[in-house]
Design a protein around this ligand. Structure first.
Ligand code: ADP
Ligand code: GN1
Ligand code: MG
Length: 389
């Protein structure tokens, strides 16, 4: 087994791009054999489109499927992270049905973690940390909504998840990535990276750098409202893109919220804004033709509706910050992509050169579209709030 599976993954990608795709380059993590799976693994292959962990689909002799993940331990301190996830899943498994019964609304399913052979929720060897989830069968994971209802379903799922997390004792949750949505701090790191410019890439992206810096002051608004207590702290998901929800392949209803790595104290506007950033965008996150990227206001409305309907009882002030959340989360994400591009693409996985720069550009284009449509976003949020009341 290779000492560094990520470099193997990169090698596979390079070979694939060159049209050479030798089977022996698929290194199968031995970790799969350290979990009590139903049958022996018959295939282990790279899976999904996440940017952080390395995800494999494992199929066993019994036909059962699992998700095996190599957790990115340069990003996460794994033991406290896994303690969070174990607790979040336990709470979700215990209360989801109760919440659905009480509210008369759809029940949101939970991931199921498989302990390793020693009874630990993760396994560690010399190549890294691994965990295994049951594969949630009969579901699909979308990279863009195919209909308004798909997006509505994701809003319902993230709303219901946040409502479920109201019962989580916040003080017992570890901050899996400190300052995750601290936009002020993200900017500080960005400026520091621009001046360090380790790969000499800054000169080529001066326009993008300027775009980000021009908006630095306004980008701190949610941080200020969080700090001065205007907005309540909730347990939020913090990474609410559409591909972190699984939909039922037949009914297209939301089945399960996944990617629980960033469940942490946060603001309702983070989860709202990040979901809009991805799912109400008219182009992919790494689209190169920027004229394709704008904000779909109908999708914006649909998400607002689902989030208000299934989420906790948000205060008026919280609801008022949703459009701002969309802009700030999109800007913050663009700043993070640009920082990573300048820093040599160490954080977000890339599948081609320049991908993080392309991602930053789409986010900035979307920010400028959102700025143009801010009044409409505000009007839609007010209308949907009235509709709910
Ligand atoms: P990352 O942090 O890298 O985004 P995720 O946990 O989101 O990792 O997983 C990456 C992808 O793998 C998801 O977008 C989804 O397609 C798929 N996936 C993850 N867990 C499951 C699961 N339990 N069942 C089915 N698909 C899953
Ligand atoms: C990452 O892990 P994934 O691919 O679901 C990132 C998010 C970004 C997103 C951009 C832990 O999400 O914060 O918004 O990429 N997750 C982490 O697509 O940094
Ligand atoms: Mg993910």
């Amino acid at each position: 087994y290779a000492a560094d599976l990520d470099s193997v993954k990169q090698a596979v990608i390079r070979k694939k791009q060159a049209g050479i795709y030798p089977e022996h380059l698929w290194m199968k993590p031995a970790a799969a054999y350290h979990f009590p799976l139903d049958g022996a693994p018959v295939s282990i292959g790279l899976y999904g489109e996440g940017h952080i962990n390395t995800t494999y689909l494992v199929t066993t002799t019994s036909g059962k499927r699992y998700i095996l993940q190599k957790i990115k331990d340069t990003v996460f301190d794994v033991p406290p992270l896994m303690e969070n996830i174990e607790r979040v899943i336990r709470l979700a498994q215990k209360n989801a049905k109760k919440q659905a019964d009480e509210t008369g609304k759809m029940q949101i399913g939970s991931l199921n973690l498989i302990d390793d052979l020693d009874g630990c929720s993760y396994y560690r060897d010399e190549t890294g940390y691994y965990r295994v989830y049951d594969y949630v069968e009969g579901t699909i994971c979308l990279q863009a909504p195919e209909s308004n209802d798909d997006f509505y379903q994701s809003a319902a799922a993230f709303g219901a998840f946040q409502k479920l997390m109201q019962n989580f004792p916040v003080e017992e949750l570890h901050e899996s990535i400190p300052d995750f949505h601290n936009t002020v701090n993200r900017y500080r790191i960005f400026r520091e990276t621009v001046s360090r410019d380790p790969l000499g890439r800054a000169a080529g992206v001066s326009e993008e750098i300027r775009f980000a810096l021009d908006r630095e002051k306004g980008a701190g608004e949610l941080c200020r409202l969080r700090q001065n207590g205007t907005l309540p702290l909730r347990v939020t998901h913090n990474d609410t893109k559409l591909n972190n929800v699984l939909l039922d392949e037949k009914t297209r209803k939301a089945r399960c919220v996944i990617d629980l790595d960033t469940v942490m104290p946060g603001l309702a506007a983070y989860d709202f804004g990040d979901a809009i950033r991805f799912g109400a965008a008219t182009a992919a996150e790494d689209e190169r033709n920027l004229s394709r990227m704008t904000l779909d206001l109908e999708r914006f409305r649909i998400f607002t509706r689902g989030y208000l309907e299934y989420g906790p009882d948000f205060s008026e002030k919280e609801i008022e910050t949703f459009p701002l959340g969309a802009i700030i989360m999109t800007l913050e994400c663009g700043v993070r992509f640009l920082t990573d591009y300048l820093d040599g693409d160490r954080y977000f996985a890339i599948r081609r050169d320049g991908q993080n720069l392309d991602r930053a550009r789409t986010q900035f284009k979307l920010v400028s579209e959102m700025e143009k449509h801010l009044d409409e976003m505000r009007r839609i949020v007010r209308e949907e709030e009235d509709r709910r009341n």
